[in-house]
Design a binder for this molecule. Structure first.
Ligand code: TXA
Ligand code: MG
Length: 350
C-alpha cells in the first residue's frame, strides 16, 4: 500500500489535509494522527471493517479493545449507555485531555471495536489536529497508539513512519507529542471507579474529583500477581525495545555504581545503553550509548522522551539497557508503569 504522508501544523491547520484524511476515514481507511499523548492509528469507530483493519495494521490481537475518540462532550450519549455522575464530573474536568473513561456501550458500537466487550473506552483529546479530524470524519474515531504491537508508542511523525509506512492509507505528521505517554484510563462500570492505566491525569487528580478510586491490582501491584488486568492491553508485553532492559532501583549512588560496573566490564562486544537523568549522564563512560532522559526535576521531559529513548536503543542495535528509576512526584507512576512493562518487570534492587 502506498501511504500518503502529510505534514500538518497544529497552530495553522490546513483544512485540505484534514478533509483528505477525513475522506479516507469515512470510506473505511486508516489515518495516523497526532494527539497530545501519543500518535493514534485512526479508523471509523462505528465501522467494524475499519477496526479489523486497525488490528491487522498493528499486528494486534483482536481481543484488545480500541479507544473511541470524540470531539465534543455530547458525543458520548450516542455510544455510552449509562453515564454515572462521577464519570461525567471527571470528564467535564479533564476533557478535552489525556483521560479515557470506560462506560457501558450502546449497540451502535461494534464488537469489532470493543474486542467483544459490552463496555466502551472513550476519550476526547485536546490536540487541535485530532479534534478537527474527528469532527470532520463523523465524530467517532477508534484509535490505538500507532505503533506495531509490542513496540514503544510513537511520539513523533518519524516513529509512526517507521512502523506504519506501507501499512495504512495516510500519516499526518505534526511533530512531537506534548505528553508522550498514553492517557489515564478510568473504568466507571463498577461501584467504585477504578484506574486501569496511569497517565498524565494522576491518582491525586482523580481522587480530588472522585473521592475514592481503586487501582487495578494486576497493573499497580508491587509484584506480578498473575491476575488478568481489566484493560486487556495491559497484559501484553509492551513498549519493549529489542535489547533486554533492566531498571536499577535503590540509592542513587549505588544505582550509578552498579550500572557503571556493568558498562565497564563488557568484553564480548555486547552493546550497552544507559537511560540516565541529565546530571548523571557523565557517570557511564564505558557505555556504548548514554541517553539523557531529562532532568530529574523535569518530569514532563522524562515522560515525553521515554519512548523516543527506547526506540533509539533499537536504532543503535543495543543488546542491554540499564535504566535509572524515575519516581517523580506527579508523573512517576505513569513513567515507571511504562518502564516496568518495557523491562518485562526486570528490576534489579541494589
Ligand atoms: O493516549 C491514548 O489513550 C492513545 C491515544 C492514541 O489516544 N491511545 C491508546 O490506545 O493508548 P491503545 O489501544 O494503545 O491502548 C488502549 C488501552 C488498551 O490497554 C486496551 O486494552 C484498553 O485501553 N481498553 C480499551 N477499551 C477498553 C474497555 N472497554 N475495557 C477495558 N480496557 C479497555
Ligand atoms: Mg498502545
Amino acid at each position: 500500500m502506498n501511504t500518503i504522508y502529510r505534514k500538518i501544523d497544529a497552530d495553522n491547520i490546513d483544512k485540505e489535509v484534514i478533509k483528505e484524511a477525513a475522506d479516507i476515514i469515512r470510506s473505511g481507511g486508516l489515518v495516523a494522527f497526532p494527539t497530545e499523548t501519543v500518535y493514534g492509528l485512526g479508523g471509523d469507530a462505528l465501522n467494524p471493517g475499519s477496526s479489523a483493519k486497525i488490528y491487522e495494521a498493528k499486528g494486534r490481537p483482536s481481543d484488545n479493545p480500541l479507544i473511541v475518540h470524540i470531539a465534543e462532550f455530547d458525543s458520548i450519549y450516542r455510544i455510552a449507555d449509562s453515564i454515572p455522575q462521577a464519570a461525567e464530573k471527571l470528564a467535564k474536568k479533564y476533557w478535552p485531555g489525556p483521560l479515557t473513561i470506560i462506560l457501558k456501550k450502546k449497540p451502535v458500537v461494534p464488537d469489532a471495536t470493543t474486542g467483544g466487550l459490552d463496555t466502551v473506552a472513550i476519550r476526547f483529546p485536546s490536540h487541535p489536529v485530532a479534534r478537527e479530524l474527528i469532527r470532520e470524519s463523523g465524530g467517532y474515531i477508534a484509535a490505538p497508539s500507532a505503533n506495531i504491537s509490542g513496540r514503544p508508542s510513537p511520539t513523533t511523525g518519524r516513529h509512526v513512519t517507521e512502523d506504519m509506512d506501507g501499512r495504512i492509507d495516510m500519516i499526518m505528521d505534526s511533530g512531537s507529542c506534548d505528553i508522550g505517554l498514553e492517557s489515564t484510563i478510568v473504568d466507571f462500570t463498577s461501584e467504585i471507579p477504578m484506574m486501569l492505566r496511569p497517565g498524565y491525569v494522576n491518582e491525586k487528580m482523580l481522587t480530588d474529583v472522585l473521592g475514592q478510586v481503586e487501582k487495578d491490582p494486576a497493573v499497580f501491584g508491587e509484584t506480578l500477581t498473575g491476575q488478568r488486568p481489566k484493560a486487556p492491553g495491559m497484559k501484553y508485553r509492551h513498549y519493549a525495545p529489542k535489547g533486554t532492559l533492566a531498571i536499577v532501583s535503590g540509592d542513587t549512588e549505588k544505582v550509578i555504581s552498579y550500572i557503571a560496573g556493568r558498562t565497564d566490564k563488557k568484553t564480548d562486544g555486547t552493546r550497552i545503553a544507559v537511560l540516565a537523568s541529565t546530571t548523571n549522564t557523565g557517570r557511564y563512560p564505558g557505555a556504548d550509548l548514554v541517553l539523557d532522559t531529562g532532568d530529574i526535576d523535569n518530569e514532563t521531559a522524562i515522560a515525553s522522551r521515554l519512548y523516543d529513548n527506547l526506540r533509539r536503543c533499537d536504532e543503535e542495535n543495543i543488546d542491554e539497557i540499564y535504566s535509572e528509576e524515575f519516581n517523580t512526584p506527579c508523573l512517576g507512576q505513569a513513567i515507571m508503569n511504562r518502564l516496568i512493562k518495557a523491562a518485562g518487570h526486570n528490576i534489579i534492587k541494589v
